[in-house]
Design a protein. Structure first.
Length: 291
């Protein structure tokens, strides 16, 4: 630091360094030229590196870490868009939304809204990209969100259906999708496993095909949840999906069942049998807790 310049306050120093580190790298992965003035003022060179090069290390490490974590959480979206397009989306998203949490798992928390607001990064596959993004963010929540004490069948049986309110575990996400993303993710996993197993013997690398799927004629209802620390995808009947949504919104069990089957032509006894079957499975998964 120049001797005739007024020393910077800690707040000024932090703003200058953070502002430089948070700027995206250039296409060749070097630091932006604007970082030179900050480096010259605050960073001392050594016998191996200039001030610019020393600050550049931290700028690069920051972005490589964020991009690496982001790419790991949204592998399906990368497979849908392709490497180059995904990288442009990732940089634009991180520049706009950034990392605002101590926990890297939160880095994609605003991605669904970002993709909705900026279809220019995902055209012409925006609808598919949105479906995949919703599922992949739900997968993050399923893996990492907390679990509340599970309600037992005995506890539930004590309350009449017209007064019974059930909560869903925080890690359970209920999604309405246009594409069979659960099948796509299984395909992607098999492809990744195959790529790893063949990597040693491969002589030539083929360009990876984009992951795709046809739009479903009807909505696909999906629950993303976990069992024994593993994430699973569970297809739901439309009535089951709407029943669970109603319970999550605070409806009583009677109200939720009535709303779910309001337009159903099937006999009440058949609906009751389906509900009983669903609840047996959902109780087995441990989905219910106090609201």
């Amino acid at each position: 630091m120049s001797s005739n310049r007024k020393p910077a306050s800690l707040a000024e120093f932090q703003r200058a360094i953070a502002g430089t580190l948070f700027r995206p790298l250039q296409p060749d992965e070097s630091m932006q030229p604007s970082g030179a003035a900050v480096a010259e003022r605050f960073i001392k060179p050594n016998d191996r590196l200039t001030a610019f090069e020393r600050l550049q290390i931290y700028n690069q490490q920051y972005w490589w870490r964020l991009l690496g974590s982001f790419g790991e959480d949204f592998r399906g979206l990368r497979a849908v868009l392709g490497e180059a397009k995904f990288d442009r989306l990732a940089v634009a998203y991180l520049e706009a939304c950034g990392s605002r949490s101590w926990n890297l798992r939160d880095i994609g928390s605003q991605l669904v809204a970002f993709v909705e607001a900026h279809p220019e990064f995902t055209r012409p596959r925006t609808e598919l990209a949105l479906d995949v993004t919703r599922v992949e963010w739900a997968r993050v929540l399923a893996f990492d969100d907390p679990e509340k004490p599970v309600l037992t069948a005995k506890q539930i049986a004590k309350m009449p259906a017209d007064r019974l309110r059930l909560g869903l575990q925080p890690y359970v996400s209920l999604l309405e999708l246009h594409h069979p993303v659960d099948e796509m993710m299984r395909t992607l996993k098999r492809t990744e496993i195959s790529a790893v197993s063949n990597a040693v013997s491969a002589v030539h690398t083929r360009r990876r095909k984009a992951l795709t799927a046809r739009r479903s004629r009807t909505f696909i209802h999906l629950a993303v949840h976990r069992v024994n620390f593993a994430v699973y995808y569970k297809r739901l009947d439309p009535e089951a999906y709407h029943l669970l949504l109603a319970l999550r919104s605070g409806a009583t069990l009677d109200q939720a069942c009535a709303a779910a089957f309001a337009d159903s032509p099937e006999p009440p006894e058949q609906s009751a049998a389906r509900i009983q079957e669903w609840f047996a499975r959902w109780m087995e998964f441990g989905w219910f807790c106090k609201p």
